[in-house]
Design a protein around this ligand. Structure first.
Ligand SMILES: Nc1ncnc2c1ncn2[C@@H]1O[C@H](COP(=O)(O)OP(=O)(O)OP(=O)(O)O)[C@@H](O)[C@H]1O
Length: 592
């Protein structure tokens, strides 16, 4: 999928976190203070050691008194304790702030995405897979949160540690630091290279393992077919080949883990070892004190770890930026046309609908409907018929304004539907499709989805009209039974009856029904039929019809083909025309 972001994602991310700018500055300040304090500790300790050694030397063989030693040691120890406490405090503040900052930013991002979903057109949901959208809204946002929580903290701390550690190294010994820096940079370059190579090998190992698992599962579940077609030998050979590939990938990956990594660990210690050896020489020569060389060695450790980890931190940030990019992809999608500034309201709804020369295509350059016109009079039943792919569902989608038309107009009670808000327009419709949607909740809540204020009596009444009261009463908790995807206790027909009850309760002026084609038992089918008849009474109804009885009853039949309405009229008129309807009637409906 192509990304639509124009500016670099890092730039957009910095713009996005602008509201938290001051917190970031404060955070950086805390990091600087805490790390400067930590950096000063080895030096103070070094000076204290040197002072103690000097005192021992000055004493020239005489025994030092306890109080004298205390005087030399106590001051630096107290200072060190204070520094440790203050630094821990700042570090704590830094962590706490980062945690709340990470929550604030991700919460804002989640809210923006939620709002965006409300404004996205139907075509977006048609052209994107649920799994992909879910992954962008969960995994990717989590990765950004993770980066904010640890990555940024590590980045701040690494930079401050490296700068101040390096300054101290340079201050203690300029020349030795030159060698140390070269060694650290060399070892971190090698480590980064090895890490990326190792990741590739680990990925390959994972990939081969995935193939092996898939094959094993496939062959296991297809055991019967494999035996039937006498393919055992070939199957075993294939598994063997995949196994060998996996073994090779595994060996290479393990070799890196067990053979190369110890060498890398040694390389990372090289700067420390070299500075210890050279430092010892300098101490013997007298150009460096013991206290300072121990401080020096601590600084070498202090900077080599963040340098080695730097590529990891940068990786975390880069991968979070890639995630942010994937989230931006959603945020940058074109939105539904804006609602009218002063929307019209239809109070006394009649439910009369007109299509006037409607043109429509799911993509503007490929029109499906070229010129669709018809009038659905108030309280009349309109049957939509046509072969598969003729555009019946599309017509319904346009009625509800799930898509914008490319020409012509659709009116509701004489008003162009684009002059109403989508919410107002959709409140005039009730829909019963074949693919029912029930949510996890009680049966009563599911029925009351379109009318949350409904009383229990009203819910029961709607269920009675929709022919589902009797089976609801046989459920373990009646109307309070929780419907969940796991219990799967409701048959497809029962689910459809529930959605009819939902429409009855919502009491809209227009209903859209998709007659069942799926196989439900005869009794349920009869119940659905009765329920559908009740729900169409006193309302304008559009029925995607599959039964002759419905079609014959309809006041207007719209015969669709290749997106357009090719014939319209009532049953008898259309039969007389001897066109597509008659052909459909003879081939499909007659037997139903
Ligand atoms: N969301 C969509 N995006 C792009 N094309 C679509 C979309 N939905 C339907 N189409 C196409 O539009 C045409 C009409 O489809 P539609 O679903 O309206 O037909 P239908 O008469 O309801 O078919 P069926 O009886 O099989 O349900 C078909 O060619 C279909 O491939």
């Amino acid at each position: 999928m192509t990304q639509t972001t124009n500016k670099s994602s890092t730039k957009r991310f910095l713009e996005f976190i602008k509201p938290e700018k001051n917190q970031f500055y404060l955070l950086a300040l805390c990091s600087v203070i805490s790390n400067i304090l930590v950096t000063s500790m080895p030096f103070i300790m070094g000076v204290a050691i040197d002072d103690l050694l000097k005192a021992i030397k000055d004493a020239n063989g005489t025994i030092l008194t306890g109080s004298f030693i205390q005087e030399i040691i106590i001051f630096p120890v107290v200072i060190l304790i204070i520094i440790a406490v203050v630094s821990a405090f700042f570090s704590y503040v830094q962590e706490r702030m980062m945690a709340s900052l990470s929550e604030d930013v991700t919460l804002r991002l989640r809210k923006e995405i939620t709002q965006k979903f409300k404004r996205l057109p139907m075509s977006f949901f048609d052209s994107h897979q649920v799994g992909d959208i879910l992954s962008r809204t969960t995994n990717d946002i989590n990765r950004i949160a993770e980066m904010l929580l640890t990555g940024i903290n590590q980045l701040f701390s690494s930079i401050v540690n490296i700068i101040f550690g390096l300054l101290m190294l340079l201050y203690i010994d300029l020349k030795l630091t030159g060698i140390v820096v070269i060694l650290i940079v060399f070892s971190s370059v090698v480590t980064t290279w090895v890490a990326s190579k190792n990741k590739k090998l680990a990925d390959r190992n994972q990939h081969e393992l995935g193939i092996l698992n898939n094959q094993a599962e496939e062959y296991f579940s297809g055991n019967l077919e494999i035996k039937t077609f006498n393919q055992q030998k070939q199957t075993a050979t294939q598994i063997d080949q995949t196994n060998k590939k996996h073994q090779k990938a595994f060996e290479q990956s393990q070799f890196f883990d067990f053979a190369i990594y110890p060498a890398i660990r040694f390389l990372n210690q090289l700067a420390f070892i070299v500075s210890a050896i050279i430092g010892a020489g300098l101490v013997i020569q007298g150009s460096l004190t013991i206290g300072l060389i121990q401080a020096y060695l601590q600084y070498v450790n202090q900077i080599s770890e963040p340098i080695t980890n730097f590529s990891y931190v940068i990786n975390t940030i880069q991968s979070a930026m890639a995630s942010f990019d994937r989230v931006l992809y959603i945020l940058d999608q074109p939105e539904e046309r804006l609602e009218p500034k002063k929307p019209l309201r239809i109070n006394d709804s009649q439910g009369e609908i007109q299509f006037k020369g409607v043109k429509f295509g799911y993509t503007p350059d490929n029109l499906l409907m070229n010129d669709v016109s018809f009038t659905a009079k108030s309280h009349k039943m309109i049957a939509i018929v046509g072969p598969t792919g003729a555009g019946k569902t599309t017509l319904v989608n346009l009625l509800m304004r799930f898509y914008e038309i490319n020409g012509g107009a659709i009116t509701y009670d004489g008003q162009d539907i684009t002059q109403l808000t989508r919410q107002d327009l959709r409140s005039k419709f009730g829909m019963v499709l074949q693919n029912t949607w029930l949510f996890e909740g009680t049966v009563a809540d599911n029925i009351a989805y379109g009318n949350k204020q409904a009383t229990r009596e009203e819910i029961i009444q709607a269920a009675q009209i929709a022919q589902c009261d009797h089976f609801i009463r046989t459920l373990p908790d009646g109307y309070d039974t929780i419907i969940s995807s796991e219990n799967g206790s409701l048959s497809q027909g029962q689910q459809q009856l529930l959605t009819i009850a939902r429409v009855v309760l919502a009491n809209p002026p227009v209903v859209i029904l998709d007659e069942a084609t799926s196989s439900v038992d005869t009794r349920t089918e009869a119940e659905i039929q009765t329920a559908m008849e009740s729900v169409t009474k006193g309302r304008t109804s559009f029925v995607i019809a599959h039964r002759l009885s419905t079609i014959e009853k309809a006041d207007l039949i719209l015969v669709m083909d290749a997106g357009d309405i090719v014939e319209q009229g009532n049953h008898q008129e259309l039969l007389n025309k001897k066109g597509l309807y008659r052909t459909l009637y003879q081939s499909q409906f007659k037997d139903s």
